[in-house]
Design a protein around this ligand. Structure first.
Ligand SMILES: [Zn+2]
Length: 330
């Protein structure tokens, strides 16, 4: 199997330095990373996301920004291996099926970017969480498959198997946030289903769980049901031994442990990585996930490695670049 190490060997043998752009497109800003083929993030910057005209200007803005950068650095097109994009929605064969935050529907990213850039450059695209998974995989040099779960405003995920991200047959590979975990008191999910992992373990889900417990007045707690309530506060309270904090941490661990036990016997990854803003809670989150995971996991996968992701908001840029690198070697 080809890997990026091969490329490293190839480039060092011929003494040619090659670069790649990793572009993480969000609803507010677009992060553009300039990386070496070896995976070093050399420079990065952001431009605002222009949501006018169904997001039609976004790729033109990216192309303009990159052209300016290349001129400034005296870079030639032949120095660049390609351009990778992470997008907030399902992506299949480099086509963004639907990105509601951008106003995009069925956008063929390579075609659209080549048209914006004015040259037949190499372009790859993937779902943002899937791409973040690829970034973690590349940077951590994990020798094996991974499943990555990101906990934030939403709950997303990505799978890297045999060095490649798994888009799936419908562009929904790694859509871990929409595994149903709550059958007793399900809440409606933005996807149209209910009781999804995302409805429970996103920022809103965790806040809702804490609010219900605070309002029940059954527990002695330092947490208050107001605007300031956040997962950060809730997990901090749990670390301090607060009854509501501990109960929420346990419940979040239950939902994630349950989902991970199902995922584990589906892809049997080497590592399950937990990322996103909520993962800043750290070990208390991992310990609660593991506690429940071990109850649900099949004996063959019980010895699963759980780790915290560590690239934070840069994972998307790294992973978008990796899409190009892994493609150029296959
Ligand atoms: Zn859902």
């Amino acid at each position: 199997m080809a890997s990026w190490y091969n490329l490293l060997e190839i480039t060092s043998k011929v003494g040619v330095f090659m670069y790649v752009f990793g572009i993480d497109v969000g609803g507010t800003s677009v992060k553009i990373g300039f990386l070496s083929s070896e995976g070093d993030l050399l420079e990065s910057w952001s431009i605002p996301t222009d949501l006018r005209n169904h997001g039609d200007n976004i790729l033109f803005d990216v192309a303009e920004s990159i052209k300016k950068f290349m001129t400034m650095k005296s870079l030639k097109d032949s120095d660049i291996i390609g351009y990778g994009f992470g997008l907030p929605g399902p992506v299949l064969n480099d086509v963004a099926i639907k990105c509601p935050n951008l106003g995009w529907e069925n956008v063929n990213v390579p075609e659209a970017f080549r048209s914006a850039y004015g040259k037949a450059v190499s372009v790859k695209a993937g779902n943002d969480a899937t791409v973040a998974a690829a970034g973690e995989y590349w940077q951590r040099n994990i020798k094996g498959d991974i499943v990555f779960i990101t906990l934030g405003t939403g709950v997303g995920g990505g799978i890297v198997a045999n060095g490649k991200v798994v888009d799936g047959a419908h562009g929904a590979g790694g859509e871990i946030g929409h595994i149903r975990v709550n059958f007793d008191h399900p809440t409606a999910c933005s996807c149209g289903l209910e009781g999804c992992l995302e409805t429970e373990c996103s920022i809103r889900g965790i806040n809702r769980m804490a609010k219900v417990l605070i309002q029940s007045k059954k527990y002695k707690t330092s947490l208050t049901d107001d605007e300031s309530l956040s997962p950060k506060q809730v997990f901090q309270a749990a670390k301090d031994g607060d009854a509501v904090g501990l109960k929420v941490a346990d419940q979040v661990g239950y939902y994630l442990g349950l989902a991970c036990a199902g995922i584990a016997v589906t892809t049997d990854p080497k590592v399950i990585l937990i990322g996103g803003g909520i993962s800043n809670a750290g070990d208390i989150l991992l310990e609660n996930i593991k506690k429940h995971y071990f109850k649900f996991a099949h004996f063959a996968v019980r010895n699963m490695q759980f780790e915290l992701a560590n690239l934070g908001n840069d994972a998307g840029m790294y992973g978008a670049a990796y899409l190009v690198i892994s493609e150029s070697l296959s």
